[in-house]
Design a protein around this ligand. Sequence first.
Ligand SMILES: [Zn+2]
Length: 83
Amino acid sequence: MMGDFVFSWAEDEDGKIVHVDSVPNGKLCRCRCPYCHESLVAKQGDIREHGFAHNSKDRQANLSICYKVTKVSLVNINSSGGI
Ligand SMILES: [Zn+2]
C-alpha cells in the first residue's frame, strides 16, 4: 500500500533519537521529525503498527522523503556502532 510507512524513530526536544514506544501518545510525545523538524504525533494503540506521523496533513507529498532520509540515517547510526 502506498504511503504505508512505519516511522518508529524521531527526535525528542533534546535532539535525541527516541522510539515511538518510549514516548507518550499523541502530541504529548513532543518529538520532531529528524529531517524537517516538524512536530510529530506518536500513534500508539492502533491496530496498526506504532509509529510517528507529522502534525501537518498538508505536507503528505513531502513526507515520504522524510521517511526515506530517516531510514538512511538510522542505518548510518547502526553501522557506526550506535548512537
Ligand atoms: Zn519530516
